[in-house]
Write a protein that binds this ligand. Structure first.
Ligand code: FAD
Ligand code: MLT
Ligand code: ZN
Length: 474
């Protein structure tokens, strides 16, 4: 047994340290089972002070440290890699809500709090917490901060960074950086909060955050829309943004292939509308007003009116509007199960990419054509947060292909898509981060100057390379 384990137990108690092989296993493999590694132990601190003590111990023993929240990340950032002695630092037990300040409209919460628990606590106080994603029952707010998670409400509320007013973090030195005052304005030097948010555990261990709270909508309206043409989707997005402003909270796109795959694994979500177009949109608007006529609200009229116009001019082939909140939730069922369905397939490559909205149609048309020409039968599982310019442009093996197809073609498929992303001026990671998955492409994508700046920052904050080594940067 490595000497650090006894010292960790002295600090965290026996329940705060796991070191038996079978206890370590679930922490050493990522959610999709793609990345796997080894660790000496999992440390489970309950307080920020304990996190700082664990970091001090790791420094003393020169043991590397992999921060982990809910382990739902999609790019291998929370999985240990390599042979260096390392421990996983799970934030799971550091999960208290420290304060809800309704006057300041803020909540201060510890990193290990599960996102859904946070949403529910805020709802119980009468306010609204907008960050929402399919993994919300397992992912933690610390993981959301560390990846600057996006999710389904970015159109109206922004990414995690946009709703966070401050964080507390333990640095590689073992010192605690704390900025939890809940200020909406603060121009005192460099923006350290935003440097740590999105740093994927490589610059500090986030132990708490203070977030903005919002007014809860009175209701939501949602529609499924069958549509063929990507340019028409963008036109509809713009019409809804013009007419509804930021009451438009979600504008999601699902290709026919992504729906077919999902229905194969989760047939309960099938609906006739899914075969009426090459794509199905899931559009959601929030309503903040009382009914302005006996039967409808302004937002409802905007949604119905716009869809009717598009039906009349033939730009969409079908639309279904949810008639109750239960049906709104049902519409989201299929969207939230696409990732789960993909995880059941033998092999796939994820591209979580973004573009200026004006470039999306061109990217899809030309990349679909290139892939079909060069990789016969390859399946393009294209879905995502179209309103944010964010596509989950994932690739699966052709029907009946060998189980090694993706492994054998991964490099060439990736190079084609990455070249296309460069050509259309996009990003290789919109919301999931770099982790291990896209690390080899970061230098090429960001260029030498940005890459060197990142390396300099890493060296300044973590000179011994203790925190999440080999993630993000090579
Ligand atoms: P983990 O997976 O445990 O860790 C992710 C990264 O953050 C790792 O690099 C880890 O080292 C680091 N980290 C974790 N906690 C801390 C901490 N406290 N301090 C410092 N570093 C830390 N992501 C989106 O952005 N949008 C989506 O819509 C979305 N949908 C998803 C749907 C499904 C079904 C699944 C499985 C995942 C989805 N994700 C999505 C990805 C994932 O849920 C997010 O990246 C989430 O923010 C990760 O949180 P986590 O607690 O699971 O972090
Ligand atoms: C989502 O939006 O569902 C996830 O970010 C997607 C993914 O699986 O790529
Ligand atoms: Zn997403």
């Amino acid at each position: 047994m490595h000497a650090i384990i006894q010292r960790l137990q002295d600090c965290l108690g026996p329940a705060g340290v796991l070191f038996e092989k079978e206890d370590l296993a679930p922490y050493c493999t990522d959610w999709r089972g793609i990345f796997s590694g080894t660790a000496l132990a999992v440390a489970l601190p309950k307080t920020t002070q304990q996190v700082a003590e664990v970091v001090q111990l790791c420094r003393a023993f020169q043991v590397k440290l992999i921060p982990q929240g809910g382990n739902t990340g999609l790019c291998g950032g929370a999985t240990p890699e390599g042979d260096d002695p390392q421990i996983i630092l799970s934030l799971k037990r550091l999960h208290q809500i420290r304060e809800i300040d309704l006057e300041n409209q803020t909540i201060t919460v510890e990193a290990g709090c599960i996102l859904q628990t946070l949403q529910e606590k805020v709802a119980a106080s009468g306010a609204f917490f907008p960050l929402s994603l399919a993994a919300q029952g397992s992912c933690t707010i610390g993981g959301n901060l560390a990846t600057n998670a996006g999710g389904i409400n970015v159109l109206r509320y922004g990414n995690t960074r946009d709703i966070c007013l401050g964080i507390e973090a333990v640095l590689a030195s073992g010192e605690v950086y704390s900025q939890l005052k809940g200020l909406r304005k603060d121009n005192t030097g460099y923006d350290l909060k935003n440097l740590l948010i999105g740093s994927e555990g490589t610059l500090g261990i986030i132990t708490a955050g203070v977030f903005k709270l919002f007014t809860a909508p009175l209701g939501h309206y949602a529609a499924l829309v069958a549509i063929d043409d990507v340019s028409q989707m963008i036109a509809l997005l713009q019409e809804l943004q013009r007419r509804a402003g930021n009451e438009l909270c979600a504008f999601e796109m699902m290709s026919r292939e992504s729906l077919e795959l999902t229905i194969r694994h989760f047939p309960q979500y099938n609906r006739p509308i899914f075969t009426a177009g090459k794509y199905t949109l899931l559009i959601e608007l929030a309503n903040f007003e009382e009914e302005h006529s006996p039967t409808s609200t302004r937002v409802q009229e905007v949604l119905e009116g716009s869809l009717e116009n598009y039906l009349v001019k033939g730009a969409i082939s079908d639309a279904a509007i949810a008639s109750s909140q239960a049906q709104v939730n049902e519409f989201w069922g299929i969207r939230h199960h696409i990732t789960l369905a993909q995880a059941k397939e033998p092999g796939n490559i994820k591209f979580d990419i973004s573009f200026a909205i004006s470039k999306i149609a061109g990217f899809i048309e030309s990349t679909d054509a290139l892939l079909k020409e060069q990789f016969d039968g390859v399946k393009i599982i294209n879905f995502g947060h179209l309103g944010d310019g964010n596509l989950h442009y994932n690739l699966c093996a052709p029907e009946g292909a060998s189980v090694d197809y993706i492994a054998n073609h991964e490099k060439s498929l990736t190079e084609v898509v990455i070249a296309q992303i460069q050509l259309f001026g996009g990003s290789i990671s919109a919301e999931h981060g770099i982790g291990q998955l896209k690390r080899d492409y970061l230098f090429q994508h960001r260029g030498g100057v940005a890459y060197q700046m990142m390396k300099d920052i890493k060296k300044a904050l973590d000179p011994e390379n203790l925190l999440n080594p080999k993630k993000v940067l090579l």
